[in-house]
Design a protein around this ligand. Structure first.
Ligand SMILES: *Cc1c(COP(=O)(O)O)cnc(C)c1O
Length: 242
């Protein structure tokens, strides 16, 4: 599965649209909540529109697509990885990634740690939890996370740092269900914090909320929202593999 081409059939037509969308979104987010602009499938010109409007944190879900964008876009962008990350793709993002939000298994953490060692940098991660009712979504459950955190293998790792949790709610109109899933993620965060991260101020992020549900996520304690469609418009994926 290669990254799709950057094809947008319908898109905000001017920089003004993106700036307007960005300002409107920021108006609904408390200043202490980080906005991750999800730019997957979005071309460099539109990313630059958001950049010129002041946005610096962007999220991508394909390692090679991200690597290509990182090379050509400004160096002060903080890139977050938000998709399923195969271990053999870690090398494409290890030198620059600001936060891997989708750390969902021990094997990946080990790979990130060796890549961090190789590049002489600590790679920051969030533990991704499966909170939705849908089967297909990736993520840990609480016992899997605790198995990682209590392992000596993890405790010996010097090139990864766990900075919090991430999750996606079910894709549904049932607001009560969405709210309960976000609440569950906040509870997991609190429990892990109290058991494993007291005195570790870097463990502070709860990444939850997307275009359709971020106001609920913020009410339930989100510190980081990941928003694509509401900022850049509908995504259109091409079938082209590259
Ligand atoms: C695509 C994506 C988003 C953004 O979704 P929108 O509905 O477009 O805001 C957020 N998080 C993850 C993990 C994604 O893959």
């Amino acid at each position: 599965m290669g990254p799709g081409k950057f094809v947008l059939l319908k898109q905000p037509s001017t920089m003004n649209d993106i700036e307007t969308n960005l300002k409107a979104i920021l108006n609904t987010i408390p200043p202490e909540v980080t906005l991750v602009a999800v730019s997957k499938t979005v071309g460099p010109e539109m990313i630059m529109d958001a950049y010129r409007a002041g946005q610096r944190v962007f999220g991508e879900n394909k390692a090679q697509e991200l690597q290509a964008k990182q090379k050509t876009l400004p160096g002060d962008i903080c890139w977050h990885f938000i998709g399923h990350l195969q271990t053999n793709k870690v090398k494409h993002i290890a030198p620059f990634i600001h936060l891997v939000e989708s750390m969902d298994r021990m094997k990946l953490l080990e790979e990130l740690n060796s890549a961090g060692k190789k590049h002489g940098r600590v790679i920051r991660c969030l533990l991704q939890f499966h909170i939705a009712t849908e089967e297909s979504k990736f993520g840990l459950d609480q016992s899997e996370a605790e198995a990682i955190l209590t392992s000596t293998v993890f405790q010996d790792m010097q090139y990864v740092q766990i900075c919090g949790v991430m999750g996606m709610a079910s894709f549904t109109d049932d607001r009560a269900l969405i709210r309960s899933e976000f609440r569950k993620l906040k509870e997991i965060f609190q429990l892990l914090h109290d058991r494993y991260f007291t005195g570790k101020p870097e463990f502070r992020e709860i990444s939850m909320g997307m275009s359709g549900d971020y106001p609920i996520a913020i009410e339930e304690g989100s510190t980081m929202v990941r928003i694509g469609t509401a900022l850049f418009g509908e995504r259109h994926y091409s079938d082209t593999k590259n």
